[in-house]
Design a protein around this ligand. Structure first.
Ligand code: CAO
Length: 415
């Protein structure tokens, strides 16, 4: 079946995580993604966190599926010429170098426009224009600067970063949307444009509800769904809310049967207002359904701690899966805390292509996360990541270079 982005050519100058997640998504939607790497080393993640000697790491393979790899030394004059040829034939250049690196290479926006006025140049940077625009940034820096760390964790502990890579993969996702939007606009303007996704901005976008709460706090001095209410104190900034729900329906993580030995024997439980009476029935507190101190969401807010303690007395008698089965019968929103081991073994996720087993010539079989976005007319087939420079000759031939020219460029260290 044809793919949504068939015919779109991406010059993929990305490395590490944020940029590669973006171009991997575009490849999954059918774009021809040509990853340009330095000969000899390539993307630094090829050798980071290796679990098999001399094999591309899982870090690399899991971020670079469905791409082709060419090696070009873009600081070599001949290599620069090859890159220029590539720029002329591609629709989008995606990069996440440190600020200024592309300019230092000689490929300024103006130069790229000269070579290909239709080219979209998409960049991930740590920060947008401003005091930190020249900084190098990794995941957790973005989580801290984007407001996630100050609002994650418990009130009596330090700021905490989350395991979800919202700075890297989250920004890659933002950038991918920017690229397809620019491609769409190009169909009307026939012009390229710059697309910037700053990691701080991406994280803040995902922390939008916390900026909402900052303003509520400034106005009212209290947030009644936060664990600090009614007995704790609020300062000037949004506090860490533990496992409280970020929305209007109070929730918390509760112990389930086996929690003493299993660090993931927990369930997330939401006391959604319309099912309050059902919750009271399930946990054996029928009287709370009509008691004026518990019957309405507003009345419950000062009692949330006590309410969740009572619900936990019930969840501790069930495994997280038993609790899930029972609660779902009554439409009570809840979610088991799944370990990565449980997710890796989940058959339903494999059936949908969300977890995929891939075979690799050097490392053998491994699991990866497939495309989380499913298009009915553009299905994703996950293919292994390329070996370093695996497609150099193929791509150079497509660009019109003869075998002799390729050999000469290789001897000159340009590719
Ligand atoms: N041939 C020749 N040189 C190449 C090349 C190639 N094919 N590909 C890259 N290079 C060179 C660049 O020209 C640059 O050289 P200069 O520093 O001399 O200009 C250098 O390699 C790239 O360096 P970098 O500064 O981007 O890499 P780093 O490892 O020092 O920093 C990172 C990594 C991620 C901190 C930085 O790239 C960055 O801040 N990127 C933007 C934010 C971002 O995406 N962060 C998330 C990364 S995922 O956690």
């Amino acid at each position: 079946m044809a793919k949504a982005l068939d015919g779109v050519r991406i010059l993929d100058f990305t490395h590490v995580q944020s940029g590669p997640t973006c171009t991997q998504l575009l490849a999954w939607f059918g774009a021809d993604v040509i990853k340009v790497e330095r000969a000899g080393t390539g993307d630094v993640t090829r050798e980071q966190l290796r679990d098999i000697p001399d094999a591309d790491s899982l870090y690399f393979t899991m971020l670079n599926h469905n791409k082709r790899s060419v090696t070009i030394d873009t600081k070599n004059p001949e290599g620069k010429k090859v890159l220029e040829t590539l720029i002329k034939t591609c629709d989008v250049l995606v990069e996440n170098f440190a600020p200024g690196a592309l300019d230092r290479m000689g490929f300024t926006w103006e130069r790229i426009q000269e070579l290909n006025p239709q080219m979209i140049v998409a960049s991930v940077k740590g920060f947008g224009p401003g005091p930190y625009e020249d900084c190098k940034v990794y995941e957790n820096v973005a989580q801290c600067a984007g407001g996630a760390a100050s609002t994650t964790g418990f009130d009596d502990g330090p700021p905490v970063v989350t395991g979800a890579q919202i700075g890297d993969s989250g920004t890659g996702l933002h950038l991918a949307l920017g690229i397809v939007t620019a491609l769409f606009q190009r169909t009307k303007t026939n012009r390229g444009q710059k697309v910037l996704a700053a990691m701080q901005d991406g994280v803040l976008n995902l922390c939008r509800v916390k900026l909402r709460d900052q303003q509520r706090l400034a106005r009212t001095g209290v947030m009644k769904e936060y664990p600090q209410y009614p007995n704790g104190t609020f300062g000037e900034a949004v506090p860490r809310a533990g496992n409280a729900s970020g929305g209007g329906q109070p929730g918390w993580i509760l112990k389930c049967k086996g929690w003493e030995a299993d660090p993931n024997a927990y369930i997330y439980f939401i006391t959604q207002a319309p099912v309050w009476a059902k919750i009271c029935n399930v946990i054996g507190k029928e009287e709370w359904a009509t008691d004026p101190d518990y019957a309405t969401p507003a009345a419950r807010l000062p009692h949330l701690k006590e309410i969740f303690a009572e619900i936990e007395r019930w969840t501790m008698t069930k495994t997280k899966f038993e609790a899930m089965d029972i609660l779902n019968k009554y439409d009570i929103p809840c979610g088991p805390i799944l370990s990565m081991k449980e997710i890796a073994e989940d058959e339903s996720l494999r059936k949908t292509g969300t977890i995929v087993e891939v075979d690799h010539p050097v490392r053998g079989k491994y699991l990866t996360v497939g495309n989380p976005i499913k298009l009915s007319d553009s299905p994703t087939d996950v293919t292994r990541s390329p070996l370093l420079g695996e497609h150099t000759d193929e791509v150079m031939t497509e660009l019109g270079y003869s075998a002799q020219q390729i050999a000469a460029l290789r001897t000159a260290g340009a590719i």
